[in-house]
Design a protein around this ligand. Structure first.
Ligand code: F3S
Length: 283
């Protein structure tokens, strides 16, 4: 029996960096440590951090009540307003925004300051998009569907700068850009999609194609894990979605000679290893 674990399974560079920073702060134990929103979509990690005294701030209102401690900004980043609020309240700020997201903040800040109309291709309610929006001088149009792209209008003569949410689907991004391009505006397109997601998805599909069963590990609410599951299920009928080892009943898996494992961007290595070892030993 062979077990193939995807090399790209689990934390991407930006998430690993953010999680490491929170643990680093928690271990110092100097001041109360907060994260603005859960550091990642993984209940296990959030609970573990909670045990170490790390608290999650859920909103700007909650943030406005704090007057001491360290606030860690997660890899998604935040709007300029939140950033300023943390500083103005005299809180210690640890910025764990992924450098790829920071790059988008800089682009939209500079381009909107020069008068360009910003278009963000992404999901309006995603925290990363809310953060990017908050660095645009004069707001931005957020577009996620073909219908929204078709309905998009701008002031004639105004330059348009298009960026993308880092985790947006590449083909969909191209399609939406194509629709906007046909409107004849002066457009600057910056593809800011991060390769980590595409690489993880491509590798998962390749493995799923070659195995008898595929295990996808990740939080129930993690959209990138849900997507991974869909991709694997398309290639391999015996695909299982689990959060941790507890959800996996190895004996219920049909007899097989090869099992593949991948995991969403928020799944800690420890969980991936546990599943991998268990599958190896049990089958
Ligand atoms: Fe950063 Fe890409 Fe991960 S943008 S947080 S490395 S998915």
């Amino acid at each position: 029996m062979k077990v193939i674990t995807a090399k790209t399974a689990g934390f991407c560079f930006g998430v690993k960096r953010a999680v490491d920073k929170v643990y680093e702060q928690a271990e110092k134990g100097e001041t109360p440590v907060y994260t603005y929103g859960p550091i990642i979509h993984n209940e296990e990690v959030v609970k573990d951090l909670e045990k170490k005294g790390v608290m999650v701030i859920g909103s700007a209102e909650e943030l406005s009540q704090l007057h001491e401690g360290t606030v860690v900004i997660r890899s998604h980043g935040v709007s300029k307003e939140i950033y300023d609020m943390i500083k103005q309240q005299g809180l210690h700020l640890i910025d764990a925004t992924c450098p790829f997201v920071l790059k988008i903040h800089n682009i939209v800040r500079e381009q909107s300051a020069k008068g360009a109309r910003i278009v963000i291709i992404g999901n309006k309610s995603h925290p990363e998009v809310e953060g990017i929006y908050g660095w645009c001088d004069g707001g931005a149009a957020v577009i996620a569907t073909e219908e929204e792209a078709l309905n998009f209008t701008s002031t004639p003569g105004q330059k348009i700068c298009i960026v993308s949410q880092t985790t947006f689907n590449y083909n969909k991004f191209n399609k939406l850009v194509e629709i906007i391009s046909e409107k004849g505006y002066d457009i600057l397109v910056l593809n800011t999609i991060c390769n980590a997601t595409a690489e993880r998805q491509t590798e998962a599909a390749e493995i799923a194609k070659a195995v008898d069963a595929m295990i996808v590990i990740g939080g129930r609410n993690s959209s990138n894990t849900q997507k991974l599951f869909e991709i694997c299920k398309n290639e391999c009928e015996n695909t299982y979605y689990i959060q941790t080892l507890v959800d996996l009943d190895v004996h219920s898996l049909p007899s097989m000679s090869c099992v593949g494992i991948t995991a969403g961007a928020s799944t800690p290595n420890k969980i991936i290893e546990e599943v991998q070892n268990n599958v190896r030993n049990e089958l």
